[in-house]
Design a binder for this molecule. Structure first.
Ligand SMILES: O=C(O)CCC(=O)C(=O)O
Ligand SMILES: [Fe+2]
Length: 308
């Protein structure tokens, strides 16, 4: 059985930054998920991004496969990805397209549909990527304040020098793949990185499980709020905070309806070392995780998900 969850709503443009930081802290302790409003990514841009995304996924498979995923950028076909390797041997019934960082030397690794086929695709996605990154940077500042750190803490430790900012466009075709089982469009997982900023087209499906160690798992629906982004904490932020902020398990259930979403993973620069914050450990609460280099951690998680 599922119930709908009333997640906190955080206003990114509120002038009262300390009170906003306090609300973020509570949201990250209680849920690891919240809605973000007044984030500066216009509804019209979200609409255009989904419009372009639909155009790409509507292409013939052979055209999409010309941009097959290399260096974690480009197209991943239906069922090629297993987010929860323990649950099923089949991949998740969704297709996706990854766009990596747009700045610096890494930007040339991106793959783009040709201008002849989709003339406004690249410019729309680049603009969307930049706007969500800008919202993410402002949010990270508030998250630092929420942890009683200086606002520029994550800049200072190098997390945002050249962040691993990946936009993943997702398409869940909707037809049920097997008939006698609950079907997950995206099986249960937590995100790897720092924070994720998610836009959906409003079709339901996203669910969270707040107590991952309880059995049976209780899944709660996360309804869409028009214009809001859904933000969640990733595993590296959980490591930084020694599990004070939770990286909550989530999944997407298939309702039989076609669904589009766009997840923006804002992850630390590959060289950044993620280690328990001083304010999050003590003698009675020692660090639960060893320090790790962000790049190594992400690489290993991608290997487990994609087998490469
Ligand atoms: O499609 C969604 O709503 C969520 C996708 C997701 O959780 C992910 O890509 O990590
Ligand atoms: Fe996710």
């Amino acid at each position: 059985m599922t119930e709908a969850l009333q997640l906190p709503v955080i206003d990114l443009s509120s002038p009262d930054r300390l009170s906003t930081a306090k609300s973020i802290r509570q949201a990250c302790i209680d849920y690891g998920f919240f809605y973000l409003v007044n984030h500066g990514v216009e509804e019209e841009l979200i609409y255009q991004m989904f419009n372009e995304s639909k155009k790409f996924f509507s292409l013939q498979l052979e055209d999409k496969m010309k941009l097959a995923r290399k260096e974690h950028r480009g197209y991943t076909a239906l069922c090629d990805e297993i987010l929860d390797p323990s649950s099923t041997s089949e991949g998740d019934p969704k297709e996706s397209f990854y766009i990596g960082p747009l700045e610096g030397t890494l930007s040339s690794m991106n793959q783009w549909p040709s201008l002849e086929i989709l003339p406004t695709w690249r410019s729309t996605m680049e603009y969307y990527h930049q706007k969500v990154l800008s919202a993410g940077r402002r949010l990270i500042h508030l998250i630092a304040l929420a942890l009683n750190l200086n606002g520029d803490f994550f800049q200072k430790v190098g997390a945002l020098d050249a962040p691993m900012a990946f936009l993943r466009l997702l398409h869940y075709p909707g037809e049920l793949v097997s008939s006698n089982q609950e079907v997950c469009g995206a099986s249960a997982h937590s995100d790897y990185g720092m924070i994720t900023l998610l836009a959906t087209d409003g079709v339901p499906g996203l669910q969270v499980c707040r107590e991952k160690f309880n059995q049976p798992r209780l899944w709660e629906d996360v309804p869409n709020i028009k214009g809001a982004l859904i933000v969640n904490i990733g595993d590296m932020m959980e490591r930084w905070t020694n599990c004070l902020f939770r990286s909550t398990l989530h999944r997407v259930m298939s309702s039989g309806q076609e669904r589009y979403s766009a997840a923006f993973f804002l992850d630390p620069n590959g060289d950044c070392v993620v280690e328990c914050l001083e304010s999050c450990c003590s003698e009675s609460n020692p660090p639960k995780f060893a320090p790790i280099r962000s790049g190594d951690y992400i690489k290993e998680r991608i290997r487990l998900t994609y087998g490469s």
